[in-house]
Design a protein around this ligand. Structure first.
Ligand code: PLP
Length: 393
């Protein structure tokens, strides 16, 4: 892959610096999502070093792109899949299926069959009907039971929609045993962008108790999946990942013997590894404010402003220093499509570039082409070369 990929600029350039951004926009147009392979590797390694012995399954959902999967695959990552499209993507990226788990708690029979046919054999369930779906795949599939722990602190609380009550775990294990379906362990997801590790620690301790109880009932569980939730910096810096993980590591050390921990990080790896580049299509002075209309907006990469509640650091590249309150709007004809109502920017001209930082997670992934404004082109750059992200098999 690397050998054939075109060189787009000097390998010593930072792909997130203005020279590189201008070059890529000249070559590939706008809007862009520029992903830096070196930053992906660094974010993956930092988390791996902070959680030694924990197998990291990168959750594809925040940035499902083939070149991203391939870079992380080469770092030794495992993967967390939730849909047939994601199964297909790791297959095209030639990831060994043993390195993948399927974590959607609610699946159609076709989803289970597609994953099994691809060689993915570990699935997540959180209710009796879902356990029963595996009766006909006994002997082929192993289950993780997803437990819910409420987390009012997380920006996105994932324990409302999925996960069983801790008190229901024993019955689900019993139901699986009666159907001769193997339960391999427990999983949880405390919610994305956790402000501190307290919920992870609490959930690990609660799961350790459930695992011990299960062992007393003669079912040894072997896996605890601690999910995602590891934070990334936006306008507000969060706890460094090393500090965030220290108490988690301590809690994992107290797990019963023979239980292996895995995690499903998404955001913390990809968010800081990409920037969004857009261009001013037009402008108008309305009242005392300049409105700038970009070629990317809330229906595009800035969709995370709405769905993910993310505050991306946004700047203009034109070098102006005198900033005044301005409005940044997206390109569509919908009046909701405003990225920032009040942002300090220098005076911008048509054609100027605007850059959003920390835009790798839940941005392009949730973008649409509403009004037929195309989604940003994703460029994965590795030391001056462009990795092939084309989705051809
Ligand atoms: C979205 C998701 C993740 C990734 O969460 P982050 O907070 O982005 O790390 C992991 N596991 C599951 C089941 C998810 O749905």
């Amino acid at each position: 892959m690397l050998e054939n990929s075109p060189t787009v600029f000097d390998p010593s350039w930072d792909p997130f610096a203005p020279d590189a951004i201008h070059r890529l926009a000249q070559l590939y147009g706008s809007p862009l999502l520029i992903v830096d392979a070196e930053r992906l590797r660094e974010r993956y390694r930092r988390l791996a070093d902070a959680l030694p012995g924990v197998q990291l399954h990168f959750a594809l959902k925040p940035l499902p792109h083939r070149a991203v999967v391939e870079v992380l695959r080469d770092e030794g990552a495992s993967f967390d899949l939730a849909t047939n499209g994601e199964v297909d993507l790791v297959r095209r990226a030639k990831v060994a299926p043993e390195r993948c788990i399927h974590t959607h708690p609610i699946k159609r029979d076709g989803d289970i069959r597609t994953a099994l046919a691809a060689g993915v054999d570990t699935f997540v369930v959180d209710n009796p009907d879902e356990v029963r779906k595996f009766a006909k795949y006994r002997g082929q599939a192993g289950l993780l039971i997803r437990v819910a722990f409420r987390n009012p602190g997380a920006v996105c609380d994932l324990s409302r929609k999925f996960g069983c009550d801790p008190g229901e775990v024993e019955d689900l294990i019993g139901l699986a045993a009666s159907l001769d379906v193997r339960v391999r362990g427990l999983s949880f997801h405390v919610g994305s962008q956790a402000p501190d590790p307290a919920m992870h620690v609490e959930a690990i301790e609660a799961c350790a108790g459930l695992i011990a109880r299960s062992a007393a009932n003669d079912l040894a569980l072997e896996i605890l999946d601690i999910g995602g939730g590891f934070p990334a910096d936006y306008r507000e810096p969060m706890m460094p990942i090393e500090r965030f993980c220290a108490p988690i590591r301590a809690a994992l050390a107290a797990l019963p013997y023979g239980v292996r921990a895995i995690a499903e990080p998404g955001r913390t790896i990809v968010a800081p590894s990409a920037i969004g580049v857009s261009t001013v299509m037009g402008r108008a002075k309305r009242g005392d404010r300049w409105w700038y209309y970009l070629d990317d907006g809330l229906y595009g990469s800035y969709s995370g402003r709405l769905y993910d509640h993310a505050n991306y650091p946004i700047e203009a590249l034109n070098g102006g220093t005198q900033r005044v309150p301005s409005v940044l709007a997206g390109p569509t004809c919908d009046s909701i499509d405003v990225i920032e109502e009040d942002i300090a920017l220098p005076l911008l001209a048509i054609g100027d570039r605007v850059v959003g930082r920390s835009m790798g997670a839940y941005t392009w992934a949730s973008a649409s082409d509403f009004n037929f404004f195309p989604k940003a082109t994703v460029l994965v750059v590795d030391r001056g070369r462009l990795l092939d992200g084309s989705d051809e098999a």
